[in-house]
Design a protein around this ligand. Structure first.
Ligand code: S3P
Length: 165
């Protein structure tokens, strides 16, 4: 089976849905944030603080292309669609699922989150960032799955039903 890519903003549930899909479909799991941390031996907040966002985006583009093309669920970072080269690369994939979550739900889910440098950057307007990114997610998505009010189980089942179609 061709690999499944999950894209969407921070807090849209990519990681937990990827884990559930992995269990249900018995596939491998890759997470671009974890690949970056493993490849470059640095945690993401440290990369942002010491090397800056541009370097993070270079690392991200590089690991995206190292993801496996068969039998793998790939959870991506929320900004994966920022670079055109990544959008073009994803547009060639068959199973790209955009987990579409509203600002209202995202901001509730990420209350108190300390782990994401962009979320924690007080000078960034995150709601505006979501609006700017929306067309980019849509541009590369094969399928759009609305996640508000749905459980991880429901979303995983919806994704699986598209695969079977
Ligand atoms: C980012 C999202 C994060 C991570 C990094 C940058 C973004 O991943 O890649 O902090 O630009 O939206 P999650 O979407 O898994 O939080």
């Amino acid at each position: 089976m061709k690999s499944i890519y999950l894209i969407g903003f921070m807090g849209s549930g990519k990681t937990s849905i990827a884990i559930r899909l992995q269990e249900k479909l018995n596939l491998k799991l890759q997470d671009t944030d974890q690949m970056i941390e493993a490849n470059y031996q640095m945690e993401i907040p440290t990369i942002f603080a010491e090397k800056g966002e541009e370097t993070f985006r270079e690392y991200e583009s590089s690991v995206l292309k190292q993801t496996e093309q068969e039998d793998t669920i790939v959870a991506t970072g929320g900004g994966i669609i920022e670079r055109e080269e990544n959008r073009l690369w994803l547009q060639n994939k068959r199973n790209v699922f955009f987990l579409e979550t509203t600002w209202e739900e995202i901001s509730q889910r990420l209350i108190g989150d300390q782990s994401r440098p962009i979320w924690n950057n007080q000078s960034r307007d995150k709601q505006q960032l979501l609006e700017q990114r929306l067309p980019k997610y849509q541009e590369v998505a094969t399928y759009i799955i609305k996640t508000d009010g749905k459980s991880v189980e429901q979303i995983a089942d919806q994704i699986i039903s598209k695969l079977d179609a």
